[in-house]
Design a protein around this ligand. Structure first.
Ligand code: NAD
Ligand code: IPM
Ligand code: MN
Length: 362
């Protein structure tokens, strides 16, 4: 029987609270499906590690993590201790790039039992996935400051788009759209204002679209697209976006679908040459960290995506079903966390989902 090796990195803040809940549900599901997991926990990619070592990760982090089948990640960032750009470029963003996790898959669904802030919207009205380019684009380290300290001080940061980099994420998005019933792909652009990189992105979308005649393609400028997320979220199926646009849309979508706390993400290396990394969309949430009230569902949904990725879609679907059952029970019945209008804690909600994994049939 295969044993999957999982590297667990809780990180900072609520990462350290939601990861144990995620592991409890993961192990309950693995036990139920006879899947063997061998998990090792690491304390790096955290402010604690930074305080002890002056770096975010050990020098041999790449060698260490390379041996794992997947990385189960919480959240990193504690700006009171380390500036965010230092902690993120020293950890998560390094991992995404070094392991060529060029697809960031971020499903967004209005779940039964969850209240959307959008009037009149119910389950079924929001069910799309953001496919975010994850290794280049606006997130580049090309640039710098010149004439510092003078009145000619100038700051430049380039957007980098490569043909390989753009085409590979677009191909993934089209293939993904082809497998969904609606077969509809929306591309986020801004070719009216960003006059070099975004027209290039549009050209590559049009070229890739030729190869997928079964997929209906449209494009919207990111500003109009953001408005449509709020006004007509039901018109979206697969949304493909550059790194920054995808980042913004993947917080906005879950906010429209009730809470950022349930949103998962999979940082995937589709070629499987490197480990993929599964982490909630949210961050370390310093404003609620330490209170035990963070919603663990985003982390638990990540466990479901990780099981899919490891080749166990039945187990992944079972875990997602357990999440849906517990959310559908509502704050009166289930220990939902405050962001879901309940009074439950991270531990209670995580346990309710793990229990449901063991109980539910199918
Ligand atoms: P955040 O996602 O941590 O929090 C935004 C808001 O959402 C906060 O009000 C928070 O309380 C709430 N929230 C987030 N997750 C929640 C959950 N599970 N349950 C209930 N409420 C939840 O974003 P931020 O405040 O911009 O960032 C905080 C830190 O996290 C920063 O250091 C940032 O750089 C980092 N960050 C890390 C990641 C990551 O590791 N992938 C992602 C985003 C932000
Ligand atoms: C995310 C986060 C990161 C990103 C930050 C923390 C660098 O917001 O995973 O969405 O922008 O990719
Ligand atoms: Mn983000």
């Amino acid at each position: 029987m295969t044993t999957y090796r999982i590297a667990v990195i809780p990180g900072d803040g609520i990462g350290k609270e939601v990861v144990p809940a995620g592991l409890e549900a993961l192990h309950a599901t693995a036990d139920r499906f006879g899947i063997t997991l061998d998990c090792d926990e690491f304390g790096f990619a955290s402010a604690d590690y930074w305080q002890r070592h002056g770096t975010m990760m050990p020098a041999d982090w790449e060698q260490t993590l390379r041996g794992y089948d997947a990385i189960f990640f919480g959240a990193v960032g504690w700006p009171d201790v380390v500036p965010d750009h230092v902690s993120l470029w020293g950890s998560l963003l390094q991992m995404r790039r070094t392991f060529d996790q060029y697809v960031n898959l971020r499903p967004c669904r209005l779940m039964p039992g969850v209240r959307s802030p959008l009037a009149g919207r119910g389950p079924g009205d929001i069910d799309f996935v953001v496919v975010r380019e994850n290794t280049e684009g606006e997130y580049s380290s090309v640039g710098g400051r010149v004439f510092e300290g003078t009145d000619r001080e100038t700051v430049l940061q380039e957007t980098v788009m490569t043909r390989i980099g753009v085409d590979r994420v677009l191909r993934y998005a089209f293939e993904h759209a082809e497998r969904r019933p609606a077969r509809h792909l929306t591309s986020a652009t801004k070719s009216n204002g960003i006059s070099i990189s975004m027209p290039y992105w549009d050209e590559r979308v049009a070229a890739m679209g030729q190869r997928f005649p079964g997929v209906h393609v449209d494009k919207l400028h990111i500003d109009a697209l953001a408005a449509q997320f709020v006004l007509h979220p039901d018109r979206f199926d697969v949304v493909v976006a550059s790194n920054l646009f995808g980042d913004i849309l993947s917080d906005l979508g879950p906010a429209c679908a009730g809470t950022l706390g349930i949103a998962p993400s999979a940082n995937i290396n589709p070629e499987r040459e490197h480990p993929s990394l599964f982490e909630p969309v949210h961050g370390s949430a310093p404003d609620i960290a330490g209170q035990g009230i963070a919603n663990p569902v985003g982390q638990i949904w990540c466990a479901s995506m990780m099981l899919d990725h490891l080749g166990h879609p039945d187990a992944g679907a079972h875990l997602l079903g357990a999440i849906e059952d517990v959310l559908a029970a509502g704050p009166g019945e289930a220990p939902l966390t405050p962001d879901l209008h309940g009074k439950g804690t991270t531990v209670e909600l995580g346990r309710a989902i793990a229990d449901r994994v063991r109980e539910r049939t199918g």
